[in-house]
Design a binder for this molecule. Structure first.
Ligand code: C2E
Ligand code: MG
Ligand code: MG
Ligand code: MG
Length: 288
């Protein structure tokens, strides 16, 4: 009887394989429809300098709004978009949106801000990916060094020869490359050091572990390694002031997280940047 109970529990907590397959098929259909009707949105989460708290740029993050005002999480729909290959088209659209946003930064008098865009394995695997990036940048007349592509360890470990080739072609253009979620994958360090990477983003899970001795050992090892390999470091998922202080003291240059700002739509980001610019002017006028 005890055994039956636990089996019943498992059965009631997990959708059957058929249900799960159906749900994914529905998700693909709705995602295709909503993307073709341009109902996806690109939101932006500010990235800040740990020296002075100034915004130095933003990460572009996809949002899929639903009729009831809720959002389907990227963690749920990105894998589906990757599996079906739809991410290739969606990803190019995100790049276009990001370049338009960079244009708006110019209009706000903030040409120094950059935007980071996440790239998926199927996008990266396309032989013409560097040309796609080049074309999108040229269309908006954007200086390539203002665009940063975030790749993960799963891309890096995909096919070393291909990865080095694509990264080199991107670097020739002047595009920057960051390794995202660093430390949660299984990439080999000796191989990583051969890649032309500009920035290392320390995964949020490590930031959460900064309170323990062993957590700090790992973080400090990553920061050290990043610095010695000539990369700039950004801590992801900073939620508390003491975390910001800890990473600043380690010499980590940049951060991102709810402590500074949550992801927001383009309009809200513009408002935030305008408010900051106004504050700065006021401080200058009053001599501070
Ligand atoms: P990611 O690239 O590592 O992005 C950071 C994620 O951490 C975002 O989740 C962001 O909202 C969240 N985050 C930032 N600060 C905090 C914090 O202080 N606390 C907590 N709890 N979370 C924080 P989001 O927007 O749900 O995106 C999840 C993942 O989906 C991204 O992780 C990225 O892998 C993927 N993704 C999002 N947009 C795109 C896209 O345009 N293309 C591709 N290929 N992947 C995307
Ligand atoms: Mg990212
Ligand atoms: Mg990340
Ligand atoms: Mg992630």
């Amino acid at each position: 009887r005890a055994k039956l109970n636990s089996l019943e529990r498992v059965a009631s907590y997990h959708p059957s394989m058929e249900e799960e397959t159906q749900r994914r098929l529905d998700l693909v259909r709705y995602l295709r429809r909503d993307f073709s009707e341009r109902r996806l949105e690109v939101w932006y989460q500010p990235q800040v300098s740990l020296d002075n708290g100034e915004i130095i740029g933003a990460e572009a993050l996809l949002r899929w709004p639903q009729a009831d005002g809720s959002f389907i999480s990227p963690a749920e729909f990105i894998p589906v978009a990757e599996y079906t290959g739809l991410i290739v088209e969606i990803g190019e659209w995100v790049l276009e949106q990001a370049c338009e946003e960079l244009r708006r930064f110019d209009e706000l008098g903030l040409p120094e801000l950059r935007i980071a865009v996440n790239v998926s394995v199927p996008q990266f695997r396309k032989r013409d990916f560097p040309e796609v990036v080049e074309r999108v940048l040229q269309k908006q007349g954007i200086d390539p060094c203002r665009l940063e592509l975030e790749i993960t360890e799963s891309i890096v470990m995909d096919d070393p020869g291909m990865v080095v080739n694509i990264l080199n072609r991107l670097k020739e253009q002047g595009v920057r490359v960051a390794i995202d979620d660093f430390g949660v994958g299984f990439s080999s360090l000796s191989y990583l050091q051969q890649l032309p990477l500009d920035r290392l983003k320390i995964d949020r899970t490590f930031v959460n572990n900064a309170a323990t001795d062993s957590g700090r050992v790992i973080i400090e090892t990553i920061v050290n390694m990043g610095h010695r390999l000539g990369m700039s470091l950004l801590a992801e998922g900073i939620e508390e002031p003491h975390q910001a202080k800890y990473f600043a003291e380690l010499g980590c240059a940049e951060a991102q997280g709810y402590f500074y700002a949550k992801p927001m739509n383009a309009e809200a980001l513009t408002d935030l940047l305008k408010a900051r610019a106004k504050n700065r002017q006021r401080q200058q006028v009053s001599g501070h």
